[in-house]
Design a protein around this ligand. Structure first.
Ligand code: BGC
Length: 717
């Protein structure tokens, strides 16, 4: 209850402080013009490139500070000093939130807001102006090493979650930075690969999350991706930046590069890059004036080759965000760091985001009377906060699954621990470790194997990155380190085995999935992940997370690999699977995934009834009743999918167009209302070059997952 009130208060404060008035904005524009008039060309140019590892230049004589950025998406990164020399003796251990997948798996945009607010507050405490998150690239292939930072395969779910996150950060007066714009859907060759896709795939799948962040979330900054799109680098891509972002969507904030993503001065100037960061210019002391948007720009303007008005536009945008976030005038509210309240948000997200994939014979929840548990697997005691690349966080503490379980049961239950597998480069099944684990499992009432993916072998060392990590993709979907053999042996030794999977999802389970009674997808659940997991396993929390991506059976089933290209090259990486990403593909092409998009079990059951659909102008209102038919309070994510009956172009079997998370006491019923705006029925018509409605019949499918449709009706539009 206390937690609920706290989260509720967070939301109210946020909504009030979100409202920037028009006159505030107009006043700022006048001040910006006045400042611009006072600035020399050199001073302006100093503001549009990095002057240290994470800061861009200021103009001290005019009271314009440096803009201080920091990673990252699930916590403020450790200090890296001005020139990538780690600062010692600084207080930089704070809140480590669950990663992007976990947040998306809550299907709770209000938690997205609370999450963003924690980041904003902690960034402010640490003296940062911009937090380099959220990362919202579409999960196109399970192999992408950065999937753990991202949210979903579905543009609608991303759009709903990203708005909450961005508004949460910005309600603290700190800028969010939505990244990586766009089509950075793999790490292999990320700095050179040239992504090609149809205009329809771009509009229906890859852009909606970014558009929502800009148009609804009013995000202050956006980061260009490393890769090329249709032959031109994304960060200075005329179509993506000038035409779509700043043209169609009217973005008034800062378009910054990823670190080292600018490759050409003139393209960057002309095609909308406002701020160049992280360019590789050798070793310290770095000559920051050698950046593409530094001395060269001064020369080009002075020689008349570049109009100063183009530079003014970039500076104007930076100043605009500085005024909006009280960097030049005004006063910032205080930020807070590593507080109990922030930790509670981290735990709440983990508790709502961990997904119960399978639960046979009611093995879960475990009874508090369990006498003995064999905990198995190196992931049970491995810490993850510092892994994965630029999103690393130094946490105040990190409760691992083993510690979470030990703390929950205390002395009442005997917990043994066996390593089970070794996280090492090329580690194979170790018969001795497997034997020890199976023996421990045989002696215990229940066995819990904690396995899955990892953030590298030695994750504090970038060169040892592997699996869920920046700069590298997974080699395949097979469980590393001999975990298949381990799970098979443990399940054989003790049928009451629960498998807990850490990591970004997308892992082969074929060898043991049918033999295992209970499976839990735990992602990287943040600093209190172990606490949350233990509470879920023992039924102190009723699981309510739902998969934000399909979990395919094997790599060969995945559309990006079956129909499209991977990994491509600088000539072409063709997204031939087109709009058929994730469940849009599996459902339409009748390929059964291991676990479907939107799937997630509860310890209670929900009954759906009384579906209605009514047209109101161009919108359709859908209502239904949902009832908790079990004995435990719980939450259900009611999902609404739309299917066009007889489309004129190929359309997916179904598309998510609405959802709502509903809390219900045992026996309680609630009426759910979901509104579908006109665009919920449209597709992108390449000939007309716009979204259109093809008149006809549309099915409205309501269910507990994309596979588990409970009610349906139809409407003619
Ligand atoms: C990553 C970004 C990150 C930046 C700064 C890049 O390598 O792609 O996501 O924000 O580094 O650390």
């Amino acid at each position: 209850m206390k937690r609920k009130c706290f989260l509720y208060n967070l939301l109210l404060v946020g909504v009030a402080s979100c409202a920037f008035t028009t006159s505030f904005a107009q006043n700022n524009e006048a001040k910006i013009e006045a400042l611009l008039k006072k600035m020399t060309l050199e001073e302006k140019v100093n503001m549009i490139h990095g002057v240290s590892s994470f800061n861009s230049g200021g103009v001290a004589r005019l009271g314009i500070p440096e803009l201080v950025t920091s990673d990252g998406p699930h916590g403020v990164r450790i200090e890296h000093g001005r020139d990538w020399t780690p600062d010692k003796n600084v207080f930089d251990s704070g809140t480590y939130l669950p990663t992007g997948n976990t947040l998306a798996a809550t299907w709770n945009p209000q938690l997205g807001f609370a999450y963003g607010k924690v980041l904003g507050s902690e960034a402010k405490y640490r003296g940062k102006d911009v937090i380099l998150g959220p990362g919202i690239n579409i999960i196109r292939t399970p192999l992408n090493g950065r999937n753990f930072e991202y949210m979903s395969e579905d543009p609608y779910l991303i759009a709903k979650m990203v708005v909450g996150y961005v508004q949460g950060v910005q309600s603290e007066g700190i800028s969010a930075c939505v990244k990586h714009y766009m089509a950075n859907n793999q790490e292999t060759k990320r700095t050179t690969v040239n992504v090609l896709m149809s205009e329809r795939a771009l509009r229906e799948i890859y852009l909606p999350g970014f558009k929502a962040a800009v148009v609804e979330g009013k995000v202050n900054t956006i980061m260009g991706a490393y890769n090329k799109f249709r032959g031109q680098y994304c960060t200075h891509n005329d179509y993506l930046v000038n035409k779509i972002l700043k043209g169609e969507w009217g973005f008034k904030g800062i378009m910054m590069s990823d670190w080292g993503a600018v490759h050409n001065t003139l393209e960057a100037i002309n095609n909308g890059t406002d701020l160049e960061m992280g360019t590789d210019i050798g070793t310290p002391p770095f000559p920051y004036n050698k950046f593409y948007l530094a001395d060269t720009v001064v020369r080009l303007v002075k020689s008349g080759k570049v109009a100063e008005t183009l530079i003014n536009d970039k500076v104007r945008r930076i100043l605009r965000i500085m005024y909006q976030t009280n960097m030049i005038e005004g006063k910032r509210t205080p930020g807070y760091y590593g507080t109990k309240n922030h930790q509670m948000v981290a735990q709440a997200v983990a508790e709502e985001g961990i997904v119960l994939l399978k639960n046979e014979q009611r093995l879960l929840p475990l009874s508090r009377d369990v006498q003995s548990i064999a905990v198995i697997g190196e992931n049970a005691f491995r810490k993850n906060a510092l892994g994965g690349g630029s999103s690393q966080v130094k946490p105040t503490y990190e409760i691992t699954p083993l510690v979470g379980l030990q703390q929950l049961v205390g002395n009442k239950t005997n917990i043994t621990y066996s390593r089970g597998f070794k996280i090492e480069r090329n580690a194979k099944a170790d018969p001795k470790l497997i034997q020890e684990a199976a023996a421990a499992a045989a002696k215990a009432e229940v066995a819990i194997v904690v396995g899955g993916w990892v953030h590298g072998y030695n994750y504090s060392n970038w060169d040892d990155n592997a699996y869920d990590a920046e700069g590298i993709d997974k080699p395949d979907m097979k469980m590393p380190f001999g975990q298949d053999e381990l799970i098979e042996a443990v399940v054989k030794a003790n049928p009451n085995t629960i498998v807990v999977l850490m990591g970004a999802g997308g892992i082969e389970m074929g060898r043991w999935v049918n033999k295992t009674k209970s499976i839990v997808q735990a992602w990287y659940p943040g600093m209190d992940g172990g606490t949350a997991l233990a509470r879920l396993l023992f039924g102190e929390v009723n699981p309510s997370g739902k998969l934000p991506m399909s979990l395919p059976k094997k790599l060969e089933d995945c559309p990006a690999h079956k129909l499209g290209d991977f990994p491509g090259d600088s000539i072409a990486l063709n997204y031939k699977e087109d709009i058929f990403v994730g469940y849009r593909y599996y459902d339409t092409y009748k390929i059964a995934p291991e676990f479907a998009f939107g799937h997630g079990l509860s310890y209670t059951t929900f009954e759906y009834s009384a579906l209605t659909a009514t047209k109101k102008g161009t919108a359709v209102t859908v209502t239904l009743n949902i009832r908790n038919a079990g004995k435990m309070a719980g939450a259900e994510v009611v999902q609404l999918y739309v299917k066009e009956q007889a489309p004129s172009v190929p359309r997916p079997e179904k598309e998510l167009k609405g959802f709502q998370k509903i809390q219900l006491q045992p026996g309680e019923s609630k009426k759910v209302t979901l509104t579908l705006p006109a665009d919920a029925f449209q597709y992108f018509d390449e000939k007309a070059n716009k979204f259109v409605l093809h008149p006809g019949k549309f099915q409205l499918l309501v269910g507990s997952s994309s596979k588990d449709i409970r009610l349906s009706t139809s409407i003619v539009l």
